[in-house]
Design a protein around this ligand. Structure first.
Ligand code: 8Y7
Length: 278
């Protein structure tokens, strides 16, 4: 199985790919505006790459539940200078976390190779065209609703079946719009329009999604479902985040999106070594 993102190709099976998170948003719940300025965002990205992140995911719009959307101009102002500088200096592949085709396009022109689309549930031929034209990697994430509405009343009869159905339907739509299946990674969207029990079911049943023969990306780092399960505040969720990353690695996920790259690499590599020697 292969994931093609412009000039970067990931060949699976292989050790888990760690994607490091760089937020350039002033209101992100985990980083609280610490990387607002370009210099510190670039420094942070380079540190994550040195710690073993093979992909750096750069975002300029907070997607926490109930957050307000930002304009394309503001998003571009936050992310493009960071991508331009990293494209020259960083060995890791660059991913743009955006819902906007115009931002995706500018980021790809500036040197990004992956579009991380948390809003892959909406009809967006324009976004698919941008991805197709650049032959970019595309993260197709499941979300019920929008970041503004998603936590209001999430409901599923069978969350595994519904997310699975979404993946199959989207892969069809993407290929119809010129995006090859080999460009696409799938993501169940932990925390996006899901209650605690839905997040737990998705992670428990992760193996089911391997039938699509596409790489599976999981984002669990410091998320609120950990707080709901264990009663731990955001700043104390690293151990549980590592447990979820290890679980994901052993249950068929190929890529994990995290804040704490060094710790995740160590935990996952150890689990992989044990698993290989079973
Ligand atoms: C995810 C994500 C976030 C995720 C993908 C957070 C941007 C919330 N979560 N993208 N983005 N998957 N693909 O807590 O789970 O990091 S933002």
């Amino acid at each position: 199985m292969r994931w093609i993102a412009r000039d970067v190709t990931f060949e699976f099976p292989r050790s888990m790919v760690v994607m490091g998170i760089v937020n350039t948003t002033p209101n992100s719940f985990a980083d609280g505006g610490r990387f607002l300025d370009t210099d510190s965002a670039v420094d942070h990205a380079l540190r994550l790459a040195a710690e073993g992140a093979e992909i750096i995911d750069i975002g300029g719009e907070s997607t926490r539940p109930g957050s307000e959307p930002v304009s394309a101009e503001e998003e571009l102002r936050r992310v493009i200078p960071v991508i331009e500088r990293l494209a020259k200096r960083c060995g890791a592949a660059l991913s743009i976390d955006t819902q906007k085709p115009a931002v995706a396009k500018a980021a790809l022109n500036a040197g990004a190779s992956i579009v991380n689309d948390i809003a892959a549930n909406r009809e967006s031929p324009e976004m698919w065209q941008v991805v197709a034209e650049a032959k970019a990697g595309y993260v197709c994430m499941h979300m019920q609703g929008t970041p503004q509405t998603m936590q209001a009343e999430p409901h599923y009869d069978d969350v595994l079946r519904e997310v699975d159905g979404f993946f199959a339907e989207r892969l069809g739509a993407l290929t119809e719009h010129g995006v090859s299946a080999e460009q696409v990674a799938l993501d169940p969207g932990i925390g996006f329009g899901k209650r605690l029990k839905h997040n737990i079911k998705l992670l428990s049943g992760l193996k089911r999604f391997n039938v699509a023969e596409r790489p599976l990306l999981v984002g669990v780092s410091r998320k609120s479902f950990i707080g709901k399960q264990l009663g731990t505040p955001t700043s104390e969720r690293l151990p549980a985040s590592l447990a979820c990353a290890v679980w994901s690695a052993l249950n068929g996920a190929q890529i994990v999106r995290v804040h704490d790259v060094a710790e995740t690499v160590q935990a996952v590599r150890m689990a992989e070594a044990l698993s290989d020697n079973r």
